[in-house]
Every structure is written in C-alpha cells, then in structure tokens.
Ligand binder design. Structure first.
Ligand code: GRF
Length: 197
C-alpha cells in the first residue's frame, strides 16, 4: 500500500460525514488517514466520534476570539501541528476568510455541500429545491476557495425529489449519499496525488 494522505477534518456538529470518513479510513486499502479533528463548537457530537475512534481532537471555539482572523490563526496553529495534506470541512459552519485559505497550498481544502452546485450556494438549499419545484437534487464535494461554495467540483451525486418531500425528508435521504460521496472524493484526490508524484 502506498503512503496515505493525511487528512484533518473540521466539524461543527453531528459529524456523520466525519464518521463516514473514519469508517473508510479503517479499510486497509483506503488511501487516507485522519490525523486530527477540530470543532469550533464545544461539545459537538463529532468530537465524541473522534474520541471513540482514538483520533486527536480539538475545540477551537470561535467565540473565544475577537476577530475571524484571530480564530483562524488559532485553528491554523492546531492544524499545522499535524501537517495535513488535505483539510476536509464536514458540516463546518464557519466561512473562512482569505487568511485561512491562503495559508494552505491550492487544492488542499475540501467541502461537502448539500446541493448540486453551482445551484444553491450557502444555506437553505433543501428549502430552495422544493420552492423551485426541482425534480432532482444532490450533494457536491468541491475544493474551497476564497469564494463561498465556488471552488472546483470533484464529484456530485444526485437523488430524485419525490412528491411530498420536505426539506427534512430531502436532507435525510441525501445524507447517506453524502456519506458515500465524501470518502469517494478523498480517494480520487489521493490517487491523483500519488500519480502526480
Ligand atoms: C451535511 O448535510 C453537509 O452537507 C452540510 O452539513 C451537514 C453536516 O452533517 N455541510 P454532519 O455533521 O456531517 O452529520
């Protein structure tokens, strides 16, 4: 097995996407390992998942910092201890300033977004899908740039919108699809990196 990609995962809450990545990383052939998890929300369920998996985890509470840059600097310090190749945002509910994004090489931050980008950047994606009468929706794994939900797309997965769907039923049906998409995207990136080097 070739060298593994070192990933750090940033969360704010439930951490079910984190769990999907943790589970994938236990497979011997999966080309990545989690080196750290950090949450901006104290007590996030995802931190317990990290703990259970024996992964080093941190809380960097944004409320403890006066500016966004000061928070980002504290997060940078913690992440740099682990020298990650890739930072995966998984339900991380803070928007980064260019300060954080520019501190890493291009294409080293990933995000999962619950819509078929470029449709419905930002929040309330499922509400908008229903309001607009869309017949399908999905999730997107993409690189993070200075511009919100706009970086290069790595992969998308679709689901049908069914008669009677609500934002809640859509989110629930999409979640297991996200859990496949994120590890798949990480695997794609890891393989690309090994081919490049
Ligand atoms: C997911 O739907 C993800 O697409 C969005 O936030 C949610 C996070 O869920 N960005 P979880 O914390 O991974 O369970």
């Amino acid at each position: 097995m070739e060298k593994k990609l070192k990933i750090a995962v940033l969360i704010s809450g439930r951490g079910s996407n984190l769990q999907a990545i943790i589970d994938s990383c236990t497979k011997p052939d999966f080309p990545a390992e989690i080196v750290a998890v950090a949450s901006n929300k104290p007590g996030a369920l995802g931190l317990k998942r990290a703990e259970k998996a024996g992964i080093t985890h941190y809380t960097v509470n944004h409320k403890d910092y006066e500016t966004r840059e000061a928070f980002e600097e504290a997060l940078l310090q913690v992440l740099k201890l682990h020298n990650p190749d890739l930072i995966c945002l998984a339900g991380f509910m803070r928007v980064f300033t260019p300060y954080f994004v520019e501190a890493w090489p291009r294409k080293s931050i990933l995000n999962i977004h619950p819509s078929l980008l470029p449709l419905y950047k930002g929040s309330k994606t499922h509400e908008l899908v229903i309001e607009n009468g869309d017949r399908e929706t999905g999730c997107t794994v993409h690189y993070v740039t200075e511009e919100l939900d706009s970086g290069e797309i790595i992969l998308q997965k679709k689901i049908d919108v069914l008669e009677g769907d609500t934002p809640e039923t859509l989110a629930a049906r999409l979640l297991p699809v996200e859990h496949q998409a994120y590890p798949e995207a990480i695997e794609t990136i890891a393989r690309q990196k090994w081919e490049e080097n």
